[in-house]
Write a new protein. Structure first.
Length: 542
């Protein structure tokens, strides 16, 4: 007779024991467990192969006997600002917490972002409403506005490695790090959160991809199935917090929600944001939020430019030491398109399509709806020249333009507008020459007369004639770093079903959860942290 297996011990704040397997008899009360595996052939919801193993969930759709590898109170999926805030909050409130992270490092794209923790400089809900033109969700927006200062105060209290933001109007905000070069400052911030989390008894499993939510026979969540470094792991938990990012790395979902050719857009962040959180939760009846048609991003060189942020192998090799081999170079050297104040854009039809002075990031959303999700950035020397040797985030515009061509993108420079039109017409994605010349002529005439706002597509604030040679054209798309749509949630970050009722034991943190923002970006790092804190404290109280 085989020796009986010992049941795993429950993780505490200071002790997390990897347990031996238990069978169905030891799991009494849980009933027959089910892993909500993806149906074969499901489109657009599979992740890339990476350090956590091959794409797609594994295992049968029903499990009558389950071996638990870990047992805890709360399991968190994702180690970005939202996931670590949730994990620390839950652990410090007495819960055992396991956090799974698909990458080999913590922090996600935020670990090499601009490093600002903000709520767009607003200090009151009235200011928040004004900034967002009242387009944000009124309930969740108020929770975010009211709770952000409390979460920021908590970050300081727990000893997060931060410093005040000296930017005008950002008095409530923080900067990651204490003045180190990027992304070393961000890395130091996330390392401090990891240390705080582990000191509170939390456990982090890197190179571990969440596959499915585990439920009992009644459909109640009892844990998480994940692909570890060497095998499938089953984590028993009272609550699951999904903090695994948005869906911007998924071409099919970009096309579905942002524009018919937005699959040609790209990513500003990690290659892992495939919508896995939505996939897992929707199988349990979770509903989706509003706001799916808008996002926040920055202008990036258009396809076929090679973006290292979508390559798992390159992403994992990226360093956190400042310089051309740093992950910061993924943002600013290889991918950013210079856009000094006064730039304009045309589409492949040679026509302007948006006021380029529109509040950030509204013009980027318009780009995603153009043919091939492309906007051609147009500059003249009066705009480009003054900053050509001025570094931004460590790299000059000249260095950036050189890297664009080296990575397969296009940069067109010509002595006259007419010659620029000729060259744009020769591109594989040709720009309509006659329309382009007409657009440029009408634009210059209107701006010179001070009537830019009277154009069919208005050009407000900072408009200048494109009259000083040479002229520059950079075919651009959008590098998306924040999805505004996601799982529907309530003010406690609980995921909602189709009737807007909370799904027991399931939480989601923006941007895995959505519906707060629309059109106007108000700081996703801050939003994720705020609702992560809320989710962690609520889940710990179960």
């Amino acid at each position: 007779m085989a020796k009986d297996k010992e049941a795993p011990k429950k993780a505490t704040r200071r002790e997390f024991v990897k347990g031996a397997a238990i069978g169905a008899a030891a799991a009494a009360g849980a009933g027959v467990l089910a892993s909500c595996s993806s149906p074969e052939g499901e489109v657009g919801l599979q992740g890339p192969a990476g350090p956590a193993g091959p794409a797609g969930p594994a295992g049968p759709s029903g499990i009558s006997e389950l071996e638990w590898d870990y047992e805890t109170d709360v399991v968190v999926v994702g180690s970005g600002n939202g996931g670590l805030s949730a994990g620390i909050a839950a652990a410090q409130d007495g819960a055992g917490v396991v956090l799974v992270e698909i990458s080999s490092t913590t922090g996600g794209g935020s670990s090499y972002s601009g490093g600002q923790i903000h709520i767009s400089g607003t200090e009151t809900y009235e200011e928040y409403l004004e900034t967002t033109a009242k387009l944000h969700d009124p309930v969740l927006g108020k929770v975010y506005s009211d709770t952000f200062p409390q979460w920021v105060g908590w970050l300081k209290d727990i000893g997060a490695y931060v410093s005040p933001d000296p930017s005008p109007g950002r008095e409530l905000g923080l900067l990651m790090g204490k003045g180190e070069p990027e992304p070393e400052n961000n890395r130091a911030y996330f390392d401090s959160l990891v240390n705080i989390f582990e000191d509170a008894g939390g456990t982090i499993l890197v190179e571990t991809r969440a596959l499915d939510l585990l439920t009992d026979a009644d459909g109640t969540i009892v844990g998480l199935k994940a692909q570890g470094k060497e095998k499938i792991l089953n984590v028993k938990a009272k609550a699951v917090i999904l903090a695994c990012g948005g869906f911007q790395s998924n071409p099919e979902l970009r096309q579905r929600y942002f524009g018919r050719e937005a699959d040609l857009a790209t990513v500003m962040g990690t290659p892992y944001n495939m919508g896995d959180g939505m996939r897992m939760a929707q199988k349990l009846g979770a509903s989706l939020s509003g706001g799916f048609s808008t996002m926040s991003g920055s202008l990036y060189p258009a396809w076929p430019h090679r973006n290292p942020q979508v390559d798992v192998e390159l992403y994992e090799k990226g360093t956190y030491i400042a310089g051309p081999d740093s992950k910061t170079s993924f943002y600013y050297l290889y991918c950013k398109v210079p856009r000094p104040s006064g730039f304009i854009m045309v589409n492949l039809n040679g026509k302007r399509f948006v006021d380029e002075n529109a509040p950030y990031p509204r013009y980027q959303n318009a780009v995603l709806r153009q043919p091939q999700a492309m906007g051609i950035v147009i500059l003249d020397e009066s705009l480009y020249g003054p900053g050509r040797d001025v570094p931004y985030r460590g790299f000059t515009p000249d260095q950036i333009l050189a890297s664009i061509t080296e990575q397969g993108g296009a940069v067109v420079i010509a002595a006259t507008i007419s010659e620029l039109a000729d060259e744009l017409e020769k591109l594989p994605t040709a720009v309509h020459k006659a329309n382009f010349l007409k657009t440029m002529g009408e634009y210059n005439e209107a701006v010179e007369a001070g009537k830019g706002a009277e154009l069919e597509v208005a050009r407000t604030g900072g408009a200048v004639p494109m009259a000083t040679p040479p002229f520059y054209a950079i075919p651009s798309t959008v590098g998306i770093y924040a999805c505004f749509g996601g799982l529907a949630m309530n003010e406690y970050a609980q995921v909602l079903d189709s009737q807007k009722q909370p799904i027991s034991r399931l939480y989601a943190v923006p941007p895995t959860a959505g519906g707060i923002m629309r059109n106007t970006y108000t700081g996703m790092i801050g939003c994720a942290g705020t609702f992560g804190w809320i989710a962690g404290k609520h889940a710990a109280a179960l």
